[in-house]
Design a protein around this ligand. Structure first.
Ligand code: SAM
Length: 220
């Protein structure tokens, strides 16, 4: 069977098994699970880890960075989708481009920023090969993308010392930020919802991400 992304067999079985594993880990949103069953993760990992693309692992993608493990991507995506299921989303930390592809498949209009030129280009090639219409920018994502604000959702896929003020300023009224916030060793997944000039926080499980570097992040 050919899926929406043109995969004829190949790794489709492994992708289905990953979805079953995500379910067993507690990811319950049927639409989120559906898009994890559609997006071809093997096109976003290095050649060396392609055979293991559907293992629940954060594989290296070069430049000291990683593609987040499927569970983490699904967890963050669910937190956003269940609170703000449509609109414009800004991702900070394009990395491989996989999280951006998942957000696109959910129907969001996706903007993503990466600070490392080599990853910016690699992710661009993967997304373009699949005709995924994500808007990309190279630079310091902690400053956001003011020309495109406000955003219904902002997803930070690197460890933040705090919620960057420029990103809070760029959230729409009712918009939701999902970010791992903490120190360099351990962060708690945090959801921040903007209500007028007020920001409501919810704190979830602990994770360990690579650092968010930049003016409103950790020093280079
Ligand atoms: N979302 C990615 C994916 O789907 O593959 C995984 C992201 S990886 C865990 C974190 C990424 O954040 C790295 O690519 C890193 O270079 C990037 N990053 C860190 N600080 C950043 C910043 N200030 N602006 C943009 N990207 C940043």
């Amino acid at each position: 069977m050919t899926d929406r992304m043109g995969d004829e067999g190949g790794m489709a079985r492994q992708r289905r098994e990953m979805v079953e594993q995500l379910k067993s880990y507690g990811i319950g949103n049927p639409r989120v699970l559906e898009v994890f069953g559609m997006v071809r993760r093997e096109l976003f990992v290095d050649e060396a880890t392609r055979a293991y693309a559907y293992d629940d692992c954060a594989w290296p993608i070069g430049y000291g960075q990683t593609i987040s493990q499927p569970y983490t991507v699904a967890y963050m995506t669910s937190l956003l989708f269940e609170r703000r299921p449509a609109g414009k989303v800004l991702e900070i930390g394009t990395g491989s481009g996989y999280q951006a592809a998942i957000l696109d498949a959910l129907g969001y209009r996706v903007f993503t920023i990466e600070r490392i030129a080599g990853l910016f280009e690699m992710a661009g090639r993967a997304l373009e090969s699949l005709d995924i219409p994500v808007e990309r920018r190279l630079g310091d994502g902690t400053l956001g993308w003011p020309e495109e604000a406000p955003f219904d959702g902002i997803v930070i896929t690197a460890a933040a010392p705090h919620a960057p003020q420029p990103l809070l300023d760029q959230l729409a009224d009712g918009g939701v930020m999902v970010a791992p916030i903490g120190d360099l060793a351990f962060q708690q997944m945090t959801v921040i919802r903007r209500i007028g000039q007020r920001f409501e926080h919810e704190v979830f499980h602990g994770f360990a991400f690579v650092p968010l570097c930049g003016r409103e992040g950790w020093p280079e």
